[in-house]
Design a protein around this ligand. Sequence first.
Ligand code: PEP
Length: 256
Amino acid sequence: MKRRYLVAGNWKMHGSLSANAALLDALCARAAEFPAVELLVCPPAVYLESVQRRLAGTPWQLGAQNLSEQTEPGAHTGEILGRMLAEFGCRYVIVGHSERRALYGEDDARVARKFAAAQHSGLRPILCVGETLEQREAGQTEAVLARQLDAVLAHCGIAAFERAVIAYEPVWAIGTGRNATPEQAQAAHAFLRGRLAEKDAKLSNSIRLLYGGSVKADNAQALFAGADVDGGLVGGASLKADEFLAICAAAQRLSE
Ligand code: PEP
């Protein structure tokens, strides 16, 4: 049996109190149409409290986009402790998004520490991995995925993945409108699952692997149909209620 689909919206640095209210009203109004799907939004941290209030009593869950690698409070101006995110109702946190790796200097070691910090606070990390176009064209996709995954495995151990999700996000597909083909996504997911299976076959079978990179209403069903694709991490399309709800509907259809 296939794993439960998870559809997660990554709002990135978008939103305003009024825009969030309109989007969340639309998402909440139709949440009951997707009973088989786990539903998640990850707003900017300053909106967590208001989004938490709006989502209370609905099936929508809350996640954060980033956290500090620290596990205790301290002198780290501008950083947010995992425990604080948990206090505001976050269940998940995105770790190692390619924008953080590329624009904010997060290397594999820091991503691994953030993964550990998330778990320290009871949050489920959504670990993002993915190759650049240059790496894909050089035939390095699997080597890059292995390196990014192995860094976390070495730091945290395989058991830590029991309460985690992995998102395969080819960098060349993020925000570009050019999604991976369903075959490319499935191949990368199968590779990741196989690599985890070398450590723990049972866990590798139960962990959810999301695809991210220009997921839209019109490609979600084909992408999510892959045997090893368990949902999506959705950026741009998660800001448009109709588009995001259509993506949730694709996951629901595939679950029936
Ligand atoms: C993302 O933000 O993780 C993402 C995949 O963005 P987009 O869907 O816009 O490509």
